[in-house]
Write a protein that binds this ligand. Sequence first.
Ligand code: KG4
Ligand code: ZN
Length: 334
Amino acid sequence: MKDIYILAIETSCDETSCSIIRNGCDELSTIVLSQIDIHSLYGGVVPEIASRNHIENITIVIEETLNKIGLKMEQIDAIAVTYGPGLIGSLMIGVQAAKTLSYIYNKPLIPVHHIAGHIYANNLVKPLNFPLIALVVSGGHTDLIYMKEDYSFEYIGGTLDDAVGEAYDKVARVIGLKYPGGPLVDELAHIGEDTYNLPIPLDDDSYNFSFSGIKSAVINLVHNEAQKNRKIVPENLACSFQNRVVEILTKKTMNALKKYNVQNLILAGGVSANKGLREKFKNLCYKENINLTIPKLKYCTDNAAMIGAAGYYAYKLGKRADLSLNAKASDKLY
Ligand code: KG4
Ligand code: ZN
């Protein structure tokens, strides 16, 4: 069978990224240009600054991705692009670049949902086995998804309020860490002890999550201690917060695997880089004989390699967009 080369573009937030993926699983060349240093000065992503930086970087990033492996646009079979969800101004830059390449080189244009990309980051580790359950944990999503086969996404449950990454970033801010705080809270949690009495969030039999309560509990605790002129111990607070979050994410996911009688679990999204979460899932899945796949660390957070992997399956299924493709700030995958 002929090899299929997908050139993928991802600009949904503050990473300008391009990648070339062969047959949905071989990553040949990827560039991720992060704007974190710029946005951390403001304590979070500033959308207008993000889109301006995408404009400056997108052509350089695409050219470099091709040059790294000496590939020409003529050798590419299709262009995949994240059309949403994400920051509208940021998405528009990637979509415009992809449409332009598709038009000039007469290549099919494949629209990819950002979360499908996160899920297919696992296909760069090993081919997905079905049926599977995906736990999607990112800055914007915390969802449990059932997949019967490629590109079929069935919603089992998800957060009723904040996404888990969002809660991590807020907790980080209130304990004085810079943006993005998730990885820093994770680091602190590993040197701290679980001494704070925080609630396990939405500890019920459903497959839904809620992180606004535990986030507020942390904020209130920090303020109350400050009023009493007492200092919090940041590493202990990070440890207590992370333990509760990991506890509920793993508990509900393992319950879902049993209920749906599924042996394959994949993690997806930025928070799947979390060391505590990865470790706990590895132990539980080993005990329960569950086949666990986690993306490589560098493909947990936003990147175009995952879009190229998902784009390949979308391409095979005949999903195409024409030049009227628009960026969408919000759009449902399931
Ligand atoms: O998937 P992603 O790059 O962007 C979205 O699609 O949202 O996820 C970013 C989120 C941020 O909230 C970041 O703090 C969080 O993932 N994150 C982590 C870790 N690494 C990234 N949260 C906890 N522990 C980590 N190690
Ligand atoms: Zn993402």
